[in-house]
Design a protein around this ligand. Structure first.
Ligand code: NDP
Length: 405
C-alpha cells in the first residue's frame, strides 16, 4: 500500500494533490498537510468532487521538526512531497531522516533572514540519507526539475558533449492584475531582485540585477509566444548542472519580464517594500516583503482569468559524432487549459505535474537509490515519457536562432 504526505497547500500543492489523485494505481493513499488546514480541506473537497478520491488532511507547522515527526509517525508515509516554502526544506529532511521516509521537493533551501539559496545545505545530508537507505530528490518542479531532466536526456541521447546550455523561461500569460507573482511573492521577489550570476569557463560571473539599467537582456523568439525580452537571472538548477553535465563551458538562465512588472518592482524596491529585515511600525516589528505578500494576489487564485502560455526550455550547443549540433527542447503550457483541468495557472501546473511524476518514479522504483540526488543524476527516459502522457508534452527541434555570446 503506497501512502504519501504532501506538505504545502498553496498553488503548487493544489496541483500536486490533484495530479496524484488522478493516479490512484500509484498513489493509493494521499495525505495533504499545511500550516492552514482549511486550505487542505478545500483542496480535498474539490478532489472528492472531481475524482471521487478521499484525501486526508492535517495541520502542521513544517518549521517544527517535533511536529513533523509526530505527524509522520501517525501517517507512516513512504514519501514526503515538500511543496511548502524553501525555508522548511531542512526541517522536513530532518524529520524524514528521523522517521525513515523518502523525500522530494521543488526548491532548494533558503534561510529566511538572507535572500540566498544554494544546494550546499541540502547536499550536506548526503551521508545521512545514504546511511539510512533513504532517497531525497531535490528540485523536481519545472525549473529546477524538467529543465534538468531535459539536460540529462539531451546528454544521454543527443550529444557526446554539451558545450553550452541556455535555459529560457517565458511566461507570456496575462492574469489581468497590474502586479502579481506567479508563485509565492516573497520567494519570487527575493529571487528576482538579487545580483545575477551565470557560469562560464569554470567560474561564476556576476552581472547587475534585472532592475538595474545595466542588466543583461535580449529578445528571444519563443515558439507560440513570439519575441519576448528575456533577462539574465541566477537560477538554482545551474549549480547542480555544472557538476553533472560533461564538458560544459557555459550555462545561463533567462526569464521574460514585462515592462509593467519591472516598473512596479522597481518602485517597490525603491520605497523599501522588498526589504527582508524587520522594521518598526507603530511599535510592532514587521518585515516589509512579508507585508507586501499579504497585499498581493494569492498566486493560487490567479488562474481564474489567466490567458496565454508559458514556454520553458533549454537550448543546447554541443558535439555529436564529431559534428556540431544545436537543439532546443521545450514545453508550451496554456494557462486556461491548466485551469480547466486542475483550477490552477500554468506556473503552478508546470511545477506540480513534475513533482507528481518524480514521486511516481520513486514509488514505482523507476528511480531508486540511497542519498541526496538532483534529478539530472537519475534516468530521464521514463520521466520524459510521463511528461508527454500527464500534461506537459515537449518538443525537440534543431535550433538555428541567435543567442548573445
Ligand atoms: P504558496 O505560497 O502558494 O504555498 C505555500 C504553502 O506552504 C502554503 O499552503 C503555506 O501555508 C505552506 N506553508 C508555508 N509555511 C509553512 C510552514 N511553516 N508549515 C507548513 N506549511 C507552510 O507557494 P507555491 O505553491 O506557489 O510554491 C510552493 C513551492 O514551490 C515553493 O517552495 C516554490 O519556491 C516552489 N516552486 C518551484 C518551482 C519550480 O519550477 N521548481 C516553480 C514555482 C514554485 P499557508 O497557506 O498557511 O501560508
Amino acid at each position: 500500500m503506497s501512502r504519501i504526505l504532501i506538505i504545502g497547500a498553496g498553488g503548487v500543492g493544489n496541483v500536486v494533490a490533484k495530479k496524484c489523485a488522478q493516479h490512484p494505481e500509484v498513489f493509493e493513499e494521499i495525505v495533504l498537510a499545511s500550516r492552514t488546514r482549511a486550505k487542505c480541506d478545500a483542496i480535498a473537497a474539490e478532489i472528492k468532487q472531481l475524482y471521487n478520491v478521499t484525501v486526508q488532511t492535517a495541520a502542521v507547522d513544517a518549521d517544527s521538526v517535533p511536529q513533523l515527526v509526530a505527524l509522520l509517525n501517525v501517517i507512516k508515509p513512504q514519501l514526503v512531497i515538500n511543496v511548502a516554502l524553501p525555508y522548511q526544506d531542512l526541517a522536513i529532511m530532518d524529520a524524514c531522516l528521523e522517521c525513515g521516509v523518502n523525500y522530494l521537493d521543488t526548491a532548494n533551501y533558503e534561510p529566511p533572514d538572507s535572500a540566498h539559496f544554494e544546494y550546499s545545505w541540502q547536499w550536506a545530508y548526503q551521508d545521512r540519507f545514504r546511511d539510512k537507505g533513504l532517497m531525497a530528490v531535490l528540485g523536481c518542479g519545472f525549473d529546477p526539475g524538467v529543465t534538468n531532466i531535459f539536460c540529462a536526456w539531451a546528454q544521454k541521447h543527443h550529444f557526446d558533449s554539451i558545450k553550452t546550455i541556455d535555459i529560457l523561461d517565458c511566461n507570456a500569460g496575462d492574469h489581468g492584475h497590474p502586479f502579481a507573482t506567479n508563485f509565492n511573492p516573497e520567494i519570487n521577489i527575493r529571487e528576482v531582485t538579487q545580483v545575477v550570476r551565470h557560469w562560464r569557463d569554470g567560474q561564476w560571473i556576476e552581472t547587475p540585477p534585472i532592475l538595474d539599467d545595466d542588466c543583461v537582456h535580449f529578445s528571444f523568439d519563443y515558439p507560440e509566444a513570439g519575441p519576448r525580452e528575456s533577462y539574465l537571472l541566477y537560477h538554482e538548477e545551474m549549480e547542480s548542472l555544472v557538476r553533472h553535465i560533461r564538458g560544459l563551458k557555459r550555462i545561463r538562465f533567462w526569464m521574460t519580464f514585462g515592462q509593467a512588472y519591472l516598473t512596479h518592482l522597481k518602485v517597490l524596491e525603491n520605497v523599501g517594500m522588498t526589504r527582508i529585515d524587520a522594521v518598526d511600525y507603530e511599535g510592532h516589528k514587521i518585515i516589509p516583503l512579508r507585508f507586501l505578500k499579504a497585499l498581493l494576489p494569492d498566486p493560487g487564485s490567479l488562474g481564474t482569468n489567466y490567458t496565454g502560455k508559458a514556454v520553458i526550455g533549454c537550448v543546447f550547443d554541443g558535439v555529436k559524432d564529431g559534428r556540431q549540433s544545436r537543439k532546443y527542447i521545450y514545453n508550451v503550457c496554456d494557462h486556461a487549459e491548466a485551469f480547466r483541468e486542475v483550477q490552477a495557472q500554468a506556473v503552478s501546473y508546470t511545477t506540480g505535474v513534475p513533482a507528481m511524476i518524480g514521486a511516481m518514479m520513486m514509488l514505482t522504483g523507476e528511480w531508486r537509490g540511497a542519498g541526496v540526488y538532483n534529478v539530472e543524476q537519475l534516468d530521464p527516459d521514463r520521466f520524459m515519457d510521463c511528461l508527454n502522457r500527464f500534461g506537459l508534452p515537449w518538443q525537440i527541434v534543431d535550433f538555428d536562432g541567435r543567442l548573445p555570446e
